[in-house]
Design a protein around this ligand. Sequence first.
Ligand SMILES: [Zn+2]
Length: 573
Amino acid sequence: MARTLITSALPYINGIKHLGNLVGSQLPADLYARYCRARGDEVLFLCATDEHGTPAEIAAQKAGKPVAEYCAELHEVQAEIAAGFRLSFDHFGRSSSDQNRKLTQHFAKRLFDEGLVEEVSETQVYSETDGRFLPDRYIEGTCPNCGYDSARGDQCDDCTKQLDPTDLINPRSTISGATDLEERETKHLYLRQSKMREALNTWIDAKKDWPVLTTSIAKKWLNDGDGLQDRGITRDLKWGVPVQKGDAPWEGMEGKVFYVWFDAPIEYIACANEWTDANGLTDADWERWWRTDKGADDVRYVQFMGKDNVPFHTLSFPVTMLGSNEPWKMVDYIKSFNYLNYDGGQFSTSRGRGVFMDQALSLLPADYWRWWLLSHAPESSDSEFTWENFQQSVNKDLSDVLGNFVSRITKFCRSKYSEAVPAGGAFGPIEAALIADLTEKLKTYETHLSDMEVRKSANALRAIWVAGNEYLQNTAPWATFKTDPDQAAAQVRLGLNLIGLYARLSAPFIPDTAEKIKTALNMSDLDWPTDIAATLSEFKEGHAFTVPENLFVKIDDDQRVEWQEKFAGKRED
Ligand SMILES: [Zn+2]
């Protein structure tokens, strides 16, 4: 049995994500996971919230809550929305888990032992009142360039000049407003990524099946200019994984935490440990996915992410894994996405522009969104959500092509025969031609799904739906019935069996609809078909069914205009 490990990029904790985020990693990862499971692979599909770092602290502060409480609440919110979209994670973890704390501390020790972590002294702004060092964006003051009085420590929002906190006139803490700030020496750990350049080059060169775009991005970061830079892995913050050398304290690093960029990807691994702990399994059960010395050498590991995440997943995280000099399972294939834009611009959280995941589910069932997003996935270039296109896609593909087919056949059968597969007649050359055509179309669909070609997969599935409609048009059982009820019975029997086939093949894209059909057609499972002819004679004469409720409701023009206006966002000026 093939074993497939799938991870989706980790959504950051501070708020609800928009549809562009969903289609940029989680949703296509889910499509692939569902397909691999349907084909009989053993799949472990993991995702988690990325919870540490300054933005989480700031968001918690705005919400007036302790950061741990804030993160716990937002994790629940994101988990519920993910479930609403039917994202079939085996575990949806948290980077703030104990498992990730331990593993992050373990990696830091390993990297130190391998000579890849170095202690560096630097000066940073300390606030006596707050009792802590302040990250650049926790410091505000007057811009020396334009005089704006709320310039941040890293940049002036008014004149956009890049700043150092020490450039600010009358600097103050944004936490407390305190002005008793001073520069102090502080020590930080740096990951010596530059020392791993050779190892990374070798590793990337071996990835012959990666898209050129992926390897060229990685190589550029790796080799351009001075090459890959060493990078700080610690911060003077309270919220994060405490700096330790494995189980032991790290002298001189007391009160510091690991930088979020270091601990977040380690959560891909720790999440598997959270999964075993949550399900009463043993360490061996997650290690067989992640340690090549403990059974993971036959695992194929695929990562899904937006294109902005590629450098990080081809360089920084591999430095951590390869640098540990332990046999961790490295990624085999990276599937990356461009951006989804919204109706002539970008999604904007601050302006309330675009549809966010919770809003989408309050408007329409998940399958409508899954279908549109996946069939318009931003693969070769950015793509754009427009309400016209969404309306057209739902009304045509889902309602006219798939929904109408199901409704026509089941209702016709009920009115002319009964709610059971009719007996009589036999399949002839037209049916044989359809079976041959669908066999080819299924191969195409499977190839695209295996290759993670999301849009092409959607097109191939749509072509399979269309083929059934064309069969109905050509054979017209409602006309045949008048002259040859026996032959019409055979046509209806094939039509009903096509519905069963569609449920199996459509499940990775529109799982709720597939389940509805499964229930209505009395199917025992939604297993992947291996032989079209066999699948199309699965429902025998007398097999009972019920006519399903309308599978899809069309979006009318008034509704579309209303939503268009509702999500257009507030004008800024
Ligand atoms: Zn300025």
